[in-house]
Design a binder for this molecule. Structure first.
Ligand SMILES: [Zn+2]
Length: 205
């Protein structure tokens, strides 16, 4: 922690975004209280929490848009507890592909939130296999369901076919709304020769 940050911390101590307890960004007890999603699995996609849960929603927002990257730990923890630890040892060896950001967004944000969470879960991460093409609109801006599905089409391309061909893969994304993003990524991976592709998402709803 640099001096300015230490000083700010003294004036405005970090507080849990759930219970306001000091020196925690999302405490253990609030983390455990995050609501489970209505469906914990949609087809081959496993879901950790309910996006309508205020603490989870706020955590994701701070993490993605306000640069609170320390949230990678509690958010990784909730996936580990609710999904990862229930997978068998074999599945936990499958590489994780965090849904990539477009080059433009990646430059703007400076980090890929999904990649940071993936690294909390496993050391087997593929970040050079799949790329996101530049898009005129981000999925967040497209409200209509049909439009979102259309907007996701053709949004990914394969960068490294060899790392994908014949392998089982886990896709990781933060928020599942219509499922268009993760389904599109899976389609592209399957087309490139991936064997089985399952998904993990932090929140749906
Ligand atoms: Zn708390």
């Amino acid at each position: 922690m640099n001096f300015a940050k230490k000083f700010l911390n003294l004036l405005f101590p970090q507080r849990c975004l759930g219970c306001k307890k000091e020196d925690e960004i999302l405490c253990f007890s609030c983390l455990n209280k995050i609501s489970y999603p209505k469906a914990s699995k949609i087809k081959d996609i496993f879901i950790a929490g309910d996006y309508h849960d205020p603490a989870l929603r706020k955590a994701i927002w701070l993490f993605k848009y306000k640069g609170s990257t320390q949230l990678k730990k509690p958010l990784g923890e909730i996936i580990k507890k609710r999904i990862w630890e229930k997978f068998d040892a074999q599945t936990r060896n499958w590489p994780i592909i965090p849904i990539p950001l477009s080059a433009q967004k990646s430059r703007k944000r400076g980090f890929n939130q999904t990649e940071l969470v993936a690294r909390e879960i496993s050391s087997n991460i593929l970040t050079n296999a799949l790329a996101k093409k530049a898009q005129s609109k981000s999925q967040v801006e497209v409200k209509d369901r049909k439009e979102r599905l259309k907007n996701a089409q053709g949004s990914f391309r394969i960068k490294d076919r060899l790392s994908i061909r014949g392998r089982n893969i886990i896709l990781l994304d933060d928020v599942y709304t219509t499922g268009a993003t993760i389904r599109e990524a899976r389609k592209v991976l399957k087309k490139a020769g991936a064997k089985k592709v399952i998904g993990i998402v932090l929140a749906a709803g």
